[in-house]
Design a protein around this ligand. Structure first.
Ligand code: PGA
Ligand code: ZN
Length: 424
């Protein structure tokens, strides 16, 4: 159903790190309104669409987004309002042409993605279907995804000595979404107690996971297994499994990987992961190697691709063309999907299509800087990919997404939960 937007505007709001970001609001011809909150990453891939920041050091240390807001209020609103759009593709094409750069740096990927997400919701509203339903492509079965709860934070998301960025628990074996959420919250609660018993601080990192002063990833993994068992669950794919996002680009320097003070080659790093997989119930590793280490990624995929999911984030940047060439090169077997990384909803849906058609898995993801916007929960269900990561089962901006999943599960209980049969 075509959509006519009668007004669109943006204001500067705060994200979960207390940094400025955008809230975009749009009004449809019939007076109903929709809005979006724009997320922002900290460990970004070098080829991501570019956020526009003001660089005025007197405001928010240069991080203000007044210019991006002005771009929504000015040229973007002018291009999108009053016209009848037949499809979201048409809206997003208009945004891309208006920007005119390959990386969306002129108007700002933050301005563009906020407008695109608001427009997508406008189309959903007009269709009379919930957003997740509107986002479901023909021939795809909506699925309630396995939530991947990031319960220990390191890397650039926490001030501790831990080099690996994310340690997630994934209740793959849960019988339903509500039971998966419950498992995540119960293990998180147990983990807090386990850390406290051992004298570790239980302060939180940017995504709501604990940020204990531990340097070795294996030590964290042992604590996770302990907390999973202690909470009454089976560690592993039949119960609660573990997913890692080392975000290795951040500790990849001069061709070496520095983990816990040790300098490792790509091969050493791959050996290290192989040992971890032998010892701990890890089912997925994202950004196990740096974004520039393509040769290493090919070796990693050859060695471990049959045993675990290998997710490309920094190296794939949700870009359909980049993912397609990674498929040809035999790099990874899954893609992380972040709407603001590529900058429009249409291109995100295209990236998901490339994954489906290539037999690659996909995991929908939040950013470390978030708002209360729950768009990605609907996207996770509609895409049918079966996986969502949105941080810890704590902190408002993280639980907003999990709570949205619980709402969808309650309203559409007929939909399957969990990983699609083709992977896992
Ligand atoms: P970011 O990290 O949002 O800080 O970029 C998330 C990730 O690396 O997956
Ligand atoms: Zn990542």
């Amino acid at each position: 159903m075509p959509v006519r937007i009668s007004s669109m505007s943006a204001i500067e709001i705060l994200d979960s790190r207390g940094r400025p970001t955008l809230r975009v609001q749009a009004t449809l011809a019939d007076g109903r309104s929709v809005r979006s909150g724009v997320p922002s990453g900290a460990s970004t891939g070098s080829r991501e669409a570019v956020e526009l920041r003001d660089h005025d050091e007197k405001r928010y240390s240069g991080l203000g987004v007044q210019q991006a807001a002005a771009n929504v209020n000015g040229p973007i609103a002018e291009a999108l309002t009053g016209r009848l759009f037949a499809s979201l593709d048409q809206v997003d094409d208009t945004l891309r042409e208006l920007d005119g750069t390959a990386d969306k740096s002129r108007l700002g990927a933050n301005a563009i993605v906020g407008a695109s997400m608001a427009a997508a919701q406008g189309f959903a509203l007009e269709s009379g279907h919930p957003l997740w339903r509107w986002l479901t492509p023909d021939g795809v079965t909506p699925r309630l995804p396995v939530p991947h709860f990031n319960v220990v934070n390191g890397g650039v998301h926490a001030p501790n000595a831990l080099d690996f960025q994310e340690f997630m628990i994934a209740p793959i074996g849960a019988p339903s979404l509500p039971e998966a959420v419950r498992a995540g919250a119960e293990v998180y609660g147990r983990l807090r107690a386990v850390l406290a018993e051992r004298g570790f601080a239980t302060g939180l990192g940017d995504e709501g996971g604990f940020a204990p002063e531990i340097a070795l990833p294996e030590e964290v993994l042992a604590l996770l297994v302990h907390a999973i068992s202690d909470a009454g669950y089976t560690p592993g794919r039949d119960g609660v499994a573990i997913a890692l996002d080392p975000a290795a680009s951040e500790f990849h320097r001069d061709g070496r990987y520095v983990v816990g003070g040790e300098s490792l080659s790509s091969e050493d790093m791959i050996d290290r992961y192989a040992q971890m997989i032998d010892e701990f119930p890890i089912w997925s590793i994202e950004d196990g190697l740096g974004e520039t280490d393509s040769e290493g990624w090919q070796k990693l995929t050859g060695r471990l691709g049959e045993r675990v999911q290998l997710v490309g984030d920094d190296n794939f940047v949700t870009n359909p063309d980049v993912i397609a060439s990674a498929v040809r090169a035999g790099i990874g077997n899954a893609a992380l999907i972040k709407v603001n990384q590529v900058g429009t909803v249409s291109e995100t849906l295209e990236a998901l299509r490339v994954c489906r058609e290539s037999g690659y898995a996909a995991m929908i993801s939040h950013r470390s800087g978030e708002t209360d916007d729950t768009f990605i929960a609907d996207l996770a269900v509609g895409s049918g990919c079966g996986q969502l990561k949105s941080g810890a089962p704590a902190r408002g901006e993280r639980v907003a997404k999990y709570n949205r999943l619980l709402e969808i599960a309650a309203s559409a209980p007929e939909h399957p939960f969990g990983l699609p049969a083709t992977h896992g």
